[in-house]
Design a protein. Sequence first.
Length: 370
Amino acid sequence: MLAIDVRDLRKQFQVQKNREGLGGALKDLFKREYNDITAVKDITFQIPQGEICGYIGENGAGKSTTIKMLTGILVPTSGHLQVNGYVPYKEREKFVREIGVVFGQRSQLWWDIGVIESFQLLRKVYRVPEAEFRVRLDELVERLHLGDLLNRPVRKLSLGQRMRCELVASLLHNPSIVFLDEPTIGLDIVVKTEIREFLKKINREHGTTILLTTHDLQDIEALCSRVIMLDDGRIIYDGSLDELKSRWSKGRELQFQFGELPPHDVLKQLTEGLEGVHWTIDNELTATMWLPHEVNVSDALSRVVGSRADIRDIKITETNTDDIVREIYQSGSASTEATEKLSQSSVTAAEAVNEASKVPVAAASDREKE
């Protein structure tokens, strides 16, 4: 069964055009002009129950607008939208009992009263029986280590403490779907790790569906089996994170530190026949081998190690997810054609560096002395 079913979803806003000066303000008072802004442009996706899905994009891409439509805060301009079998904006009272929402920059806790009092108010809002509430609260407090915070006013909590309390508040009524809009924004690495482990646990034990929007791609890598990428209101990628990496990764780098650096021509001969492999000389003792994903690392590595060269250290570097996503944002597409263009430009750049590295290290050192 689908937890979220979205087809051709669209949201348009009318934004007033403000004219400059006193004269412009008077004109706006009697005759206002508007621009039509389309924040979400006919997107379609489905999320099955029990999945953790990352929903990512640049600022202004339409992520938060989508979340607000999925939670019933905004009414779509057009399209089909169903969450847990409900149309969110039509059946709000029944619908909100089955979802939990955390907005990283907005609080659902009351600022001046104790945390436990906020939880009690939310229990009454969601009509959770007292016995069930106590069992659920004890479990969540233990897992997120909130025992010492329950009687503190929310305004006296640190950001990390407040975000853990926000998570508990969104889960007190045991929702089947949780929407998280940048829940780890501004948090330190310890709190982020605690929250990630907690979310994985509730997904594993309770089958909770989680839709996560964030700019922290480490959250995506730690939690999500699937990524939906939005750009300018349109979906440009929908698939697994592994597929995204394999399609867009530029390749790998193997950096070798030698006791005595072999000549560049000798290094090239070691990997001769391995298509797409390039060598660059970094300094007097270090050289880097760039190889595409089509080439097996063990094949390339065994050739160098088997040459009896004086190798002191080896470092293998993969293209990280941040670099991949940045390239996709810049191209505006995650299509096969865009990937091929990126790969071609990467190879061209590698060849240019390779040519430059043919200058002997000794000659470079002589120039530095001059």
